[in-house]
Design a protein. Sequence first.
Length: 302
Amino acid sequence: MASIILRQNFKSNGRNILLLVFDNFSQNNITVLNSLSHIQKRFAGHSKWSNIKFKKMHIDNARAKVFGKLSMEIIQAVKDNGPDVKFNSKLAQLVSKAKASCMPKEKIETSIKNALRETDEKYISFMLQARGPGKCGLIIDLFTPNPLRSKAEIKSILKKNDCTFIEDGSVAFMFERKGVVSVQENSLQDLSSKDKAEELAILIGAESVEFNNINNVNVVQFICDPLEFISVERAIIELHPNISILSADVQYLAKSLIDLTEEHVKRSDLVIEALSEHPDVLTIYDNIIGYPSTTIKRDVIF
């Protein structure tokens, strides 16, 4: 049976669209479901998306890369505050995030052990901004021991793909930096109910609620101020000690979306793929309508 590996809601021409991507599909079997009429459509039937290389091989490679980046983050967290999750909240969050991403337990344990080895190398997290084809916005989240080298290499990739490196913050305004606390839906009775989830959101100080499926697990995501995600996580645990917290982190949510031409979509896909192959890139956020990514996208369209 197919497993859902990507679920994304967005709007196009006033219609609510639900995108589901499964783990055993060919390029011609990426199915888009209209959540209002439930009419099946296929990317292969739309020339704009027909050449997007969103195959299982790329999903598998991306998953392996996520594990590698999680391992580096775990190592840094242990170096900063020790290997005990009871006294290292950052490590506890990363372990939860790793489990939510289906990272094998032995890989998590190996990362913690590797962190205890003597080394002076320190990883730093930072983000870069760029204007892509059709003036779409890109935020590139990096995690690297050498920020100057990484920045130079990212600028080179952007230049080769006719994109513009931005330093004035004109891309960041297209996105919202939000805290996201993800909870396993079936770990609390009635959490699948929108009303119940919204009631809990009010109690814990969250701003809104999202329902998603991550690695075939139904997840309720509480959106909050980026400075409050730890307190929101603690509030959930205080109210429901047995609830399963999968992760708590900060993400960039696209709030100003742009509809690209077929040519710009193809070029955007090429640069995003090139950026994603860089070893220091953690995540790439985009504001492209309908583009198959994990970025949470809002309804304001330009």
